[in-house]
Design a protein around this ligand. Structure first.
Ligand code: SAM
Length: 297
């Protein structure tokens, strides 16, 4: 429908089975959860999980009264819905470049293992900014281009790209690694203030993961996180939005008060199994998932 940036469409991919379940990534999962838990506020009203996928880490957001899972893949969201149900959770299939939410609908947002699929980083950060209330929390994970392995590969002439240049590197179609200074500039330009940066997943090596227990690796990772050295493969940022001119936080749990038409920005009304914008665009509700990817014909 749009001529905008390309989208990495997971559709009905087997990401859960092929990447996580039984795939030897218990260590990565454990350290991400731990860092995420340490950065999340103690309580909150409504959190937006951008690129929630099948809900791998959604269980970490228990301190929020409502969690909205946004993903482009309807199938991933349907799986997540089967896991978490509808009480306290809302499922939205949409393009993060065109978020179907009212301004200031959230007091927190997260984006974990997702921004590496975005070729237009300022555009997606601008969307996060518009749906977050002033002083809202934003936890962003990104894949670090200037990681130790990439530096060594560069020194030995194995990589065809330079980990020290600021431009993002697209190593596989729609898979980008970012330089820490590039991300720092993008978030700052967008009005976010950096509170903390945590480099993690230092021990992502097959041999270590096969031979050492996950708990021991996680302990080692914690020690390395404390160095603050931004040469790990993954980095979490704890950001807060500085936007005093933002609209007032949407103080209602009714989906119709939170959602809006992603094309016109107008509010929506309900009609049978669809939501209708003021200009007549109709958006389906499929098995409890609000589907804003394409309007109904
Ligand atoms: C690597 S998965 C990460 C899922 C989850 N955050 C996790 O850590 O397990 C990336 C997710 O981003 C979603 N995604 C990619 N591009 C998107 C876009 N433009 N809008 C919404 N979701 C998108 C994909 O559908 C996929 O579920």
């Amino acid at each position: 429908m749009s001529d905008g940036p390309r989208i990495c469409d997971y559709g009905d991919s087997t990401y859960r089975q092929d990447f996580w379940e039984g795939q030897g990534r218990g260590y990565e999962d454990a350290v991400e959860r731990r860092v995420l838990a340490s950065l999340l506020p103690r309580s909150g009203r409504r959190l937006l999980e951008i690129g929630a996928g099948f809900g791998r880490i959604t269980g970490e957001y228990r301190m929020f009264r409502q969690v909205v899972l946004l993903d482009y893949s309807l199938e991933q969201l349907q799986y997540a819905r089967g896991r978490y149900g509808d009480v306290g959770f809302l499922y939205v299939a949409a393009d993060a470049y065109r978020m179907p939410f009212q301004s200031s609908a959230f007091d927190a947002a997260t984006m974990i293992r997702v921004i590496h699929h975005f070729e237009n980083v300022p555009a997606v950060l601008g969307q996060v900014r518009s749906v977050l209330a002033d002083s809202g929390a934003f936890i962003l994970e990104y894949a670090n281009k200037r990681n130790l392995k990439a530096i060594l590969r560069h020194i030995f002439g194995i990589n065809h790209w330079n980990p020290f240049t600021l431009d993002p590197v697209e190593f596989v179609e729609l898979n980008f690694n970012f330089h820490p200074e590039y991300i720092a500039k993008q978030v700052t330009d967008c009005g976010f203030v950096l509170r903390r940066s945590v480099p993690l997943s230092w021990l992502r090596l097959g041999l270590l993961k096969r031979t050492l227990p996950t708990a021991l690796l996680a302990l080692g990772d914690r020690a390395l996180q404390r160095t603050g050295w931004t040469i790990s493969p993954s980095i979490f940022l704890d950001l807060t939005l500085n936007n005093p001119g933002a609209a007032q936080f949407v103080d209602s749990d009714d989906p119709l008060d939170l959602l809006c038409c992603p094309v016109t920005g107008s509010s929506l009304s309900r009609s049978a199994e669809a939501l209708v914008s003021q200009s007549g665009l109709r958006w389906a509700i499929r098995d409890g998932v609000f589907d804003f990817r394409e309007p109904l014909a």
